[in-house]
Every structure is written in C-alpha cells, then in structure tokens.
Design a protein around this ligand. Sequence first.
Ligand SMILES: C[S@@+](CC[C@H](N)C(=O)[O-])C[C@H]1O[C@@H](n2cnc3c(N)ncnc32)[C@H](O)[C@@H]1O
Ligand code: SF4
Length: 382
Amino acid sequence: MFHFTHPVPLSLYVHMPWCVQKCPYCDFNSHALRDSLPEEQYIQQLLNDLRQDAPLVRGRPLVSIFFGGGTPSLFSPRAISSFLLQVQELLPFSEGIEITLEANPGTLEHHDWQEYQFAGINRMSIGVQSFQDHLLKRLGRVHSSEEAYRAIQYIKQAGFRSLNLDLMYGLPDQTQAEAIADIERAMSLQLPHLSWYQLTLEPNTAFYIQPPRLPDDESIWAMQQEVLPRLNAAGYQQYEISAYAQTGKECQHNLNYWLYGDYLGVGAGAHSKITDLREQVVYRSYKTPHPKHYLRATERFAASHKQVQLSELPFEFMLNALRLYQDIYMPWFTERTGLPMSFIENRLAEAIQRGFLEYQDPYLRTTDLGKRFYNDLVQIFL
Ligand SMILES: C[S@@+](CC[C@H](N)C(=O)[O-])C[C@H]1O[C@@H](n2cnc3c(N)ncnc32)[C@H](O)[C@@H]1O
Ligand code: SF4
C-alpha cells in the first residue's frame, strides 16, 4: 500500500554560513566573519557536496534554488554565477525556476546588485527587521534604517521584480505605533512579498541568556490586530503564519517545503528531504554544521542520513501543509507520502468533526478554529 509513482517537485537549498556580525536574537547556523571570506574554497566545497548527492535526484528538474544564511550577499555575484553555471551542468532547471538570494543591507557597498541578476538570481529577500534606528541598534544590526531603505531602492532599480522584505515585531520595548509604522513604511515600498516574524527568544542566543524586555502578549495581539487589516487592504494575502504576498507572488521555494516537496540541501548544516523512487523510501539528512569542518570535508558531507518511517509520513505532511492558509490539493498527499488517503481517513474525520478542517474533494482547508488550535490539530495526525 506504500507506493510512490511520480517524482516529487525538487528544490535546492544552499547555505552560506557567515555574517558581518552575529545578531543577538539569531539561532541560525551563522558565524561572524573574523577573517576574509573563503569564497572560492566554499563554492568548490558546495559543488563537491552537490556532486555527491546529485545521483540521488538525477534527471529531476529543479523548481527553485534558495541561497540562505547567514548572509549570502557576502558572496560576490561572480561566485554565485560560477556556482549556478556548474549546478546547471549537474541538474536541469525547470522553466520559470525561482532563484532567491538572501541579502543584508549592511553588505550594500560591496557589490553591484544588478550583477546578481546577470548571475541568474531572480528573487531577492532583504533582511531589514525594522525601520527604526534605535530598534536596529538593540537588535545588533549592522545597518541603519536609511541604509536599508537605500538598499531596497537599489535592488528595485536593478530590475528585480520578485522581492521579499523580512521584518520582525515584538521587539525590545517596541510600541504598537512603532510596529505599525514599520509595516506602513514597508507597504509604501510596494514590494510583492513581506515576511513579518514575531521575535522569539531562542536557546543559544545572547538574547536568551540576557533577555531584553519584550512587549507582553496583549500588546503583541494588539499589533497583529492593527497590522493584518492594513496588509489585507494593501493587497497582501497571508498564506502562512509569517508570510504575506500579493496574488501569485508567494515564495515557490517555501511553498515546496510546506507542501512536502523534496529539497536537496548543500552547505554547512543544510538539511535535505529526498524521495527515492527506486528504493521507495524518503530520506532525511543534514550536512556537517560547522563551516570550518565543512570546508575541510573530503569524503562525506552528511553528518546524519536516515530513512523516514512509514508511520511518520502522514504527520510530517500534515505538520507542514497545515501551516498554509490556503487550500491543500489532497492528491499531493498520496503523491508525496506514497500512501492512500484511506490511511488518514479516521484522523481526517476526527479533525473535521472537531471543526479544525473542512474537506471539499479534492481540497482540504484549515478553519479559523484549526489555525487557532494548530498544535491540537497536528497532534491528531501524530
Ligand atoms: C537567515 S535570516 C535572513 C537574512 C539575513 N541574514 C539578515 O538577517 O539580514 C532570516 C530571517 O529570520 C528572521 N529571524 C531570525 N531570527 C529570528 C528570531 N529569533 N525570531 C524571529 N525571527 C527571526 C529575521 O527576520 C531574518 O531576516
Ligand atoms: S539574523 Fe541574519 S545577519 Fe543576523 S546573525 Fe542571523 S543570519 Fe546573520
């Protein structure tokens, strides 16, 4: 009863693990750059890593590539271009492939942004966090609000039509008026995509060890109540808890993650999830996390490689897909878990009966109640 028939859409994630300095709230695999960037050496290792994994996905076209970090914009357009050219020799690109690069406005002076476009990047994701200088300082950011604003203008002028801006809210001592002002400034730039994250205190960060004073739950709720209608009125639809897009401008790379597509991860600490049609199994793996060790790796880049158990597949699919605030096309459940819908029939019935889900063949939708009680909802599929 467990059978994969179709290749699952495939994305490539490329991790760039260095930043100008480490932000005190950040638990990503990112490291302050102390010496010069080992650009050539790292690109070579990324390619060695990819060559090792390419046979697992041979012939399958890439629907998206995402350079994430860290701060990928520390890497020159020339390095990105040379990497992409060599990727294309290993794996075909599908028509309309989305290729995103995460950029920090603090790296503005280093490159000509248009060169990234010539290198093949067609989507930029800019980490701004806030447009208030005093908050940027509290967040340990390496750029001012003005520099962020200028970077966005340059990137727009360079001709990128697909753009995302990262903002955070619930910042140390942030007022409701400041959170609204940030969103209004972002909306005035008329970018097609906004990510609006609530700041969380993550273990292993400076903020966790010495927590700043954050707005209380009531203020956070008030910020959300004020901001969501503004975003909707400006034409942004929320399609995931932190993601807002104009129609048709959703991030294809993230959608592929959330819809349980496959992704190959290269670079320090990068994660992969690959469906092997020949062996009829799903693998998860991640690469050696520390950049120093990754740079030195000679034979194996993977630090862990394991098979996902049959019993875990429905939960994994639901955990991801139910984050989306849009209809889920359920034939993808069978395509991407290899299991028939009958496998989750009883659990679906329970979730529908409790008012968390609605099913209108072939689409599944999370109700407002389901969104509010997301944790209870996904537990049903555990
Ligand atoms: C890898 S960073 C992206 C780009 C680049 N490194 C930068 O910061 O400019 C991804 C995004 O995650 C968000 N983020 C990071 N740490 C967070 C935290 N503790 N809570 C909420 N959002 C966070 C930030 O908005 C950040 O821009
Ligand atoms: S938030 Fe971005 S710039 Fe700051 S440390 Fe994390 S990855 Fe680096």
